[in-house]
Design a protein around this ligand. Sequence first.
Ligand SMILES: C[S@@+](CC[C@H](N)C(=O)[O-])C[C@H]1O[C@@H](n2cnc3c(N)ncnc32)[C@H](O)[C@@H]1O
Length: 242
Amino acid sequence: MDDPYRDPELVPLYDIDNPDGEDRAFYRTLADELDAHSIIDLGCGTGLLTRSLATPGRTVIGVDPSQTMLDYARRQPGADSVTWIHGDASALAPNATTDLAICTGNAIMHVAPGELPRTLTSIARALRPGGTFSFESRNPARRAWESWTPEATYHERDTPVGHLREWLTVIDVHEGRVTFDAHNVFPDGEDRVYTSVLYFRSAEELRRDLYAAGFTDVAYYGDWDGTPLDDNSRIAVFRATC
Ligand SMILES: C[S@@+](CC[C@H](N)C(=O)[O-])C[C@H]1O[C@@H](n2cnc3c(N)ncnc32)[C@H](O)[C@@H]1O
């Protein structure tokens, strides 16, 4: 296995590591403000946010390429209110009917440069004219990967799969593409090492990509509360109109 999102023992830890917070609150508020009746959550993962969006009168679709994440999502309370699709953006129906598409938890950073234009175009084709796409992506100016050292990230903890020792090691940084290993040492001593690649893109780069895919009115902020983006911002939060 080369992907932590496909490890059936680690996937249940995802919601423990990423509990509900201001990011999910932002997307829920946005959906309410837009009075969105149809929502697509691309890269929905365990579906914590997806399920909470599925209020009465709404159609919510969760899409993810990890079958393990989707299997977990489908077992959670409220999962029946969501339509789960195994796949990436190419699985979205180009029916121009959706009010809101989101891509959260920095999921867009998993999309390789060669895939990004197609991904954004597929999202645009699923949205109705005037529909909204919102997502966040880590700010490369903050250089978060510099703190992903074994010393800074090492920790031990008790989990439902036993006592784990975990740490990160950056393997390569090249033009915004950061490759790193996540070590997960299980109680029997097995070290499951997952190599992940994240694509850090500047807000201006992403804005250009969004316009190229047909979006208009692209705006971005440096936090969930609308703070302007600067070099210290951890993330860039985007909102674009179709
Ligand atoms: C960090 S998780 C985010 C999950 C969820 N959106 C959240 O906010 O907690 C990243 C997710 O992106 C998914 N992913 C990876 N590559 C993707 C792609 N090309 N298109 C859509 N999703 C992708 C992974 O399977 C994983 O579930």
